[in-house]
Design a protein around this ligand. Structure first.
Ligand SMILES: [Zn+2]
Length: 478
């Protein structure tokens, strides 16, 4: 690729808010459900039905705004964005044009690039049209109509496909931590429109931009941008100009295709929504919302490192997903051995969930706390504890019950320890001589043999102590 051109990207991210009810009526906002069951006269635009604003949706939007460093408008208003399409039974979408809830935020990427956020506004989602299932007919499902959305609009500060993908995934992660959006791209709860243009390095003028609509996978976003960079580079190299238009990414072919030339705000005939009062906040209102903001990923990392003494790397891995750090937090609240819980969590839990999309851990934190404690207090051996966790994952069950059923409970039998270790040592005077000649790995050999023979009868700690004592007794006299 030519290094002559700089890539200029701006994003509009739509995130569905995870409120219980819709934004202008009290229908369920839950994803899915039987077709056209989460509907009422308000969200299907029946004559005379008036919208009532959902306070939680407003607070969720403000929570996001505060997190991304936005100014919160003390006076905010809704507008009608008019367009006629069957996914929108009112023929207008209630959105916010000039007085959105939040303005002027920012988010820093790992490249050090600080991406400015122009605005975050609240609006309603449209329904869903199903075109493919019936011959020649389209069906409408209005369950999604009026589900609350925030739209996060960036300035054109993003410079590569990787940065764009990181921005979207970071926004998704933060919204999840905030508890305002589940950020499931596969269910469409985060979608991004990508605006992309090229310009010669050093130029301060923007080129004509392409808008790629409704991207709903991280990989799709990256591939679409990479394709556009190539396409627009070729145009410019040939002395042509990109035209401002909306394009659609064809996932199967890996290319973007023209959809329509860009609408302007004029085309939507925006006007103030007369059925909803302006939203106003006092400073106290804002502070109350700020108080409810939970710890964010980077703050959790700091807490784990400073208060729990975890390594930065371990802390970072645990906070990669909210459900992981929630589970860890719940476990250490019950059994506050932070490092020991983290070690078992990072090996035994992480490897079982890292390749799944489920975003949940199929065992209870209280049971995990219990098995870590059983292992640490030598009720069971560490290896048996790992096997118990495997059973908990595969079949469920209480760790103590599994330990009993599998005969894993360690009952210290001191006569068995001395019997086994003395026999082992007496059989191998050669190794004992090696040991006292400096071959310390002999100790590990005896440990391994003894632990195997004593499984369920002694803890490794007691075995180790006894071997140390028995070796000392056999130390050759000078
Ligand atoms: Zn409704």
């Amino acid at each position: 690729m030519s290094k002559k051109y700089e890539t200029v990207i701006g994003l509009e991210i739509h995130a569905e808010l995870s409120t219980n009810t819709k934004v202008f009526c009290s229908c369920s906002a839950e994803f899915g459900g039987e077709t056209n069951t989460h509907i009422c006269p308000r969200c299907t635009g029946q004559p005379g039905a008036l919208p009532i604003i959902n306070k939680a949706a407003v607070e969720f939007a403000v929570r996001a705004g505060l997190t991304f460093g936005c100014d919160i408008n003390r006076y905010s208003r809704f507008d009608r964005k008019n367009y006629f399409y069957p996914d929108l039974p009112k023929a207008y979408q209630i959105s916010q044009l000039d007085l959105p809830l939040c303005l002027n935020g920012k988010l820093e990427l790992s490249t050090g690039n600080v991406v400015r956020i122009n605005r975050i506004h609240l609006e309603e989602d449209a329904g869903k049209l199903i075109h493919d299932d019936y011959h020649g007919e389209s069906l409408a499902n209005y369950n999604r109509c009026s589900v609350p959305l925030i739209e996060i609009v960036t300035e054109p500060d993003i410079r590569s496909a990787e940065e764009a993908a990181e921005f979207v995934s970071k926004i998704g992660l933060y919204l999840k931590y905030l508890g305002v959006c589940d950020a499931k791209m596969q269910e469409g709860s985060i979608r991004a429109d990508v605006n992309i243009s090229l310009r010669e390095f050093g130029s301060d003028k923007f080129g004509e931009r392409t808008e790629i609509k409704n991207m709903n996978s991280m990989r799709g976003i990256q591939r679409a941008i990479e394709y556009e960079i190539e396409r627009q580079t070729e145009l410019l190299e040939d002395g042509e100009k990109n035209v401002q238009e909306t394009r659609k990414f064809d996932d199967a072919m890996g290319i973007t295709k023209p959809l329509r030339t860009k609408e302007n705000a004029n085309d939507y005939r925006y006007f103030p929504e007369p059925d909803i009062l302006a939203v106003t906040f006092t400073d106290e209102d804002i502070e109350n919302i700020r108080k409810d903001i939970p710890l964010l990923p980077h703050e959790k990392v700091a807490k784990y490192v400073n208060d729990y003494k975890l390594s930065e790397e371990d802390a970072r891995v645990i906070t990669l997903e909210k459900y992981l750090s929630d589970f860890y937090d719940e476990t250490v609240a019950i059994y506050p051995e932070y490092k020991k819980v983290a070690n078992m969590f990072l090996t035994e839990i992480m490897r079982r969930v890292k390749d799944t999309d489920a975003e949940e851990i199929p065992i209870a934190a209280k049971d995990f706390a219990k098995i870590v404690e059983m292992s640490e207090t030598n009720v069971v051996n560490r290896n048996d504890a790992k096997d118990i966790i495997r059973v908990m994952f595969e079949e469920g069950g209480d760790p103590m019950e599994i330990a009993k059923a599998k005969n894993y409970i360690v009952v210290e039998d001191t006569s068995a320890i001395s019997e086994v270790v003395d026999k082992l040592l007496d059989e191998r005077p050669d190794l004992i001589a090696d040991y006292f000649n400096g071959k310390t790995n002999v100790f590990g050999f005896f440990m391994g043999q003894a632990n195997r023979a004593l499984r369920g009868k002694a803890t490794p700690m007691s075995v180790k102590e006894y071997i140390e004592k028995a070796l000392k007794e056999r130390e050759p006299k000078q």
